[in-house]
Ligand binder design. Structure first.
Ligand SMILES: Nc1ncnc2c1ncn2[C@@H]1O[C@H](COP(=O)(O)OP(=O)(O)OP(=O)(O)O)[C@@H](O)[C@H]1O
Ligand SMILES: C[C@H](N)[C@H](N)CCCCCC(=O)O
Ligand SMILES: [Mg+2]
Length: 223
């Protein structure tokens, strides 16, 4: 079971948008895919409990259908940094729940498990721990989604540097067009291709139809 962790240069840069595209393409390649969002904030309270739109999108897109609790083990309502949401509820984030949950995916024998992060690489979990510490301990491969807008070069290079310093492999990166009026997109892509140590998986433009996004990716390096 390949396990990839999808991180981003920031929150709202298209981690979920790109993750769904990854799942769609791998499903089309006849792989068995599973997906999860271990820690989510900004969840909606429903009759079945808290639900996160990212986790629901991943649950829907993966070819192995799983119960919501398996897809999103830790959920908070407040749309804020999860460790703050936890503290506001008088709670802490229990990493053992994340690790136990991750282990259970083997029972479903997917070819690939996609794990979406939250925010960017250094997502605080509280108590001086970061989600990246957990990713490192789980030895996950990392895909970086670069939100293409002015300022992304710095965020992308610093994130890649941190991933490398954490001893993890950047197995691919995706340019996701956040700002349509970004100047010199080709020149920015050229810099990222030259400086990022990992395969370029594709550039997703702004799309009215998310269902087309997978056509802009070539995920061969992930297989
Ligand atoms: N290429 C794109 N074309 C059109 N809409 C996009 C594109 N990429 C992202 N979006 C939209 O931008 C918003 C933010 O994207 P997304 O939710 O994937 O970000 P994220 O990095 O997963 O955020 P979070 O940190 O909350 O998980 C969403 O409404 C998404 O549908
Ligand atoms: C609520 C938001 N959409 C994300 N789910 C959480 C973003 C956490 C960002 C933490 C930080 O400031 O780096
Ligand atoms: Mg997301």
């Amino acid at each position: 079971m390949k396990r990839i962790f999808v991180t981003g240069t920031d929150t709202e840069v298209g981690k979920t948008f790109a993750s769904v595209a990854i799942l769609n393409q791998l499903n089309n390649r006849r792989l068995r895919t599973a997906a999860c969002k271990p820690v989510a904030s900004g969840c909606v309270d429903t009759e079945e409990g808290l639900r996160n739109e990212d986790a629901l999108a991943l649950q829907q897109a993966a070819s192995v259908s799983l119960p919501y609790a398996q897809v999103n083990p830790i959920a908070f309502a407040a749309p804020v940094a999860p460790h703050i949401a936890a503290s506001q509820q008088g709670m802490t984030i229990d990493e053992s729940r994340l690790s136990d949950n991750l282990r259970h995916f083997a029972e479903y024998s997917p070819d690939l498990l996609l794990v979406e992060g939250a925010g960017g690489w250094r997502l605080p979990l509280g108590g001086g721990r970061f989600l990246s510490d957990w990713v490192k301990e789980q030895k996950l491969s990392v895909v970086l989604v670069v939100g293409m807008r002015l300022g992304c070069l710095n965020h992308a290079l610093l994130t890649a540097e941190a991933i490398s310093r954490d001893g993890l492999e950047l197995v691919g990166w995706i340019a996701n067009q956040v700002e349509t009026d970004m100047p010199y997109v080709a020149d920015n892509l050229a810099l990222l291709k030259a400086e990022l140590n990992g395969p370029f998986l594709g550039h997703i433009p702004r799309l009215a139809n998310a269902g087309l996004a997978h056509q802009y990716l070539d995920l061969t390096p992930l297989l």
